[in-house]
Unconditional design. Structure first.
Length: 396
């Protein structure tokens, strides 16, 4: 297996279009590393430069401490998996799986054993004698996955391999891919635009935006301690609510004035050591939809504008008379026609359109960001609340 180091990587296309902007990464031996971000953020360009498929404009890629810029792709002992399964149509499943080993002149007895092992892991035993045209889309992608991993490469590179599959198949293949990767221990770099895949697959995840790394961290840290408003809204479904607010101090103590609403933070002000210096300053307050709960004695009252049942959760959009910040394209409801707050509640509730809804905020799950830069306002190092809400961010 291999370690990968990316040093100040740049990709500039004709017309001075910068796709990758000075990216630095270190990927550990055996790590499942994910590059995630919206379309056009540079994640695929970065992957292709690591593979040697695209020329590096500036910077370097090192594998096990050695630069591979001058090493041809076919000599790097890596395997790649793309959106298209690209199987050989005239070969059976068994022959497709065995192809890389045949090319490497591995003994036939060893080939047969490895083909059967991979087929069992991926549930392909009954398909070994079938041709690709007789398989479903999910089965074809399983075969492509098995063919890529069967020779145990030092490095596995995957570019959105599940984007053409339906939700159920993606869920099944995620589990199978992770099982195989852990069993083989192969260092893997996985590119996706889907934050669900990123959060469920990655040991670490790098969130990209406009060619740069916005934040690189384990999934739980991305969710609990986003580095800026972009990461805060990109990670999690539905997205974090971001509202314009002012830090205030009055007889009731420290608080956040959000439109006509006041959120008391006096009891949790220790979470932001420099909060006293922000009094009377405008900030951005972040509240995840699952950190809002319905309470008859809740501190806020909102008017319900829309609601829908999504699995075991109900997503409710409420009107709020406060500035709403949107740093990334929403994948739910499109652009709101008016300032709104999204609430995620478990089960089915008795909400009605245009009717008032009383809500309380879990103060231990409030995030603060700089109003001008969008960067997270420093929190106390020990601020790691017990949080079971991560599962809400990883919607299967």
């Amino acid at each position: 297996m291999s370690t990968v180091e990316v040093r100040d990587l740049w990709k500039v296309y004709p017309g001075d279009h910068i796709a990758v902007h000075g990216v630095d990464l270190t990927i550990a031996d055996g790590e499942f590393f994910v590059l995630v971000g919206p379309s056009g953020c540079g994640k695929t360009s970065a992957l292709r430069m690591i593979a040697g498929l695209d020329e590096i404009s500036s910077g370097d890629v090192l594998v096990d401490g050695v630069s591979v810029q001058e090493v041809q792709t076919r000599k790097r002992n890596l395997a790649m998996l793309f959106q298209s399964s690209a199987l050989y149509p005239h070969m059976t499943v068994a022959e497709n799986l065995a192809f890389p080993l045949n090319v490497a002149h591995v003994r036939k007895k060893t080939i047969s054993a490895k083909v059967m092992e991979v087929a069992q892991i991926l549930g392909l035993e009954k398909c070994l004698d079938s041709n690709p045209h007789a398989l479903s889309g999910g089965e074809r992608q399983r075969v492509a996955m098995g063919r890529a991993m069967i020779r145990q490469p030092d490095l596995m590179l995957m570019d959105e391999p599940m984007s053409n599959l339906d939700a159920k198949l993606r869920t099944e293949l995620r589990a199978e891919l992770r099982t195989m990767q852990r069993r083989l221990g192969v260092t893997t770099v996985y590119v996706t635009h889907d934050q669900i895949e990123a959060m469920t697959l990655g040991d670490r995840v790098a969130v990209m935006r406009a060619g740069r790394i916005a934040q690189c961290a384990p999934p739980v840290e991305l969710y609990r301690r986003p580095s800026d408003t972009f990461v805060a809204q990109f990670i999690g479904s539905p997205s974090m609510n971001l509202l314009g607010a002012t830090v205030v101090r009055d007889p009731a103590g420290l608080g956040l004035q959000v439109g006509r609403h006041r959120i008391s933070i006096d009891d949790v002000s220790w979470r932001w050591p420099g909060i006293d210096g922000l009094v009377d300053r405008d900030v951005i307050v972040g509240i995840r939809p699952e950190a809002l709960r319905r309470e008859a004695a809740g501190e806020f009252e909102f008017s319900v504008r829309f609601f829908e049942q999504v699995g075991t959760q109900q997503w409710i959009r409420c009107y709020i008379d406060a500035p709403v910040i949107d740093t990334t394209e929403s994948d739910w409801m499109g652009e709101p026609s008016e300032p709104s707050l999204v609430v995620a509640t478990e089960g089915r509730s008795d909400v009605s359109l245009w009717k008032p809804l009383r809500l309380a905020v879990d103060h231990m799950h409030i995030h603060l960001f700089d109003r001008e830069t969008g960067a997270a306002i420093d929190r106390h190092p020990s601020d790691e609340p017990a949080d079971n809400s991560l599962s809400a961010a990883i919607r299967r």
